[in-house]
Design a protein around this ligand. Structure first.
Ligand code: ZN
Length: 156
């Protein structure tokens, strides 16, 4: 396993649409392990493959409940609304206010290519939407409601 370099805002990779994963090859397995390690090392809540320069539809998320690996995630339903702070490992030291659904239901596959339906509220719903956007080449900075702000303290 290895920590990979996180692409920063302005990198063309972050604007590209990602391709579906057809099977979990040893290379994809290594990518997923590296993405988890990279996310934890950076104290992030989520990381999408294009952020480490790979245009494949896989994201990792951990909101403090253990890692969630989502291969080819697709939104099935969303409801409600939440407006709050959002940040991104590709835009370090910044945050912005973004409105997202309060509840989402998605389908995805895990790292064993087993089908699953995942439901999430609040932070998990926000993280899922943020990461799926990355797979479409979209960044949260395009959705912020009153610009980007500097983070004034670093959380341990
Ligand atoms: Zn992000």
């Amino acid at each position: 396993m290895a920590v990979r370099n996180i692409r920063q805002l302005g990198d063309g990779m972050l604007k590209k649409k990602c391709r579906e994963i057809k099977e979990i090859t040893p290379r994809i397995r290594e990518l997923i392990e590296d993405m988890k390690e990279t996310m934890y090392e950076a104290n992030g809540v989520g990381l999408a493959a294009p952020q480490v320069g790979v245009l494949k539809r896989v994201v990792v998320i951990d909101i403090g409940e253990g890692p969630l690996v989502l291969v080819n995630p697709r939104l099935l339903q969303s409801s409600g609304e939440q407006t709050g702070e959002e940040g991104c490992l590709s835009v370090p030291g910044k945050y912005g206010i973004v409105t997202r659904p309060m509840h989402v239901k998605i389908e995805a596959w895990n790292e064993e290519m087993e089908y699953m339906v995942v439901e999430g509220d609040e932070l998990l719903a926000r993280a899922i939407c943020h990461e799926i956007d990355h797979l479409e080449g979209q960044m949260y900075v395009e959705k912020v409601e009153d610009g980007l702000h500097d983070v004034e303290y670093e959380e341990e």
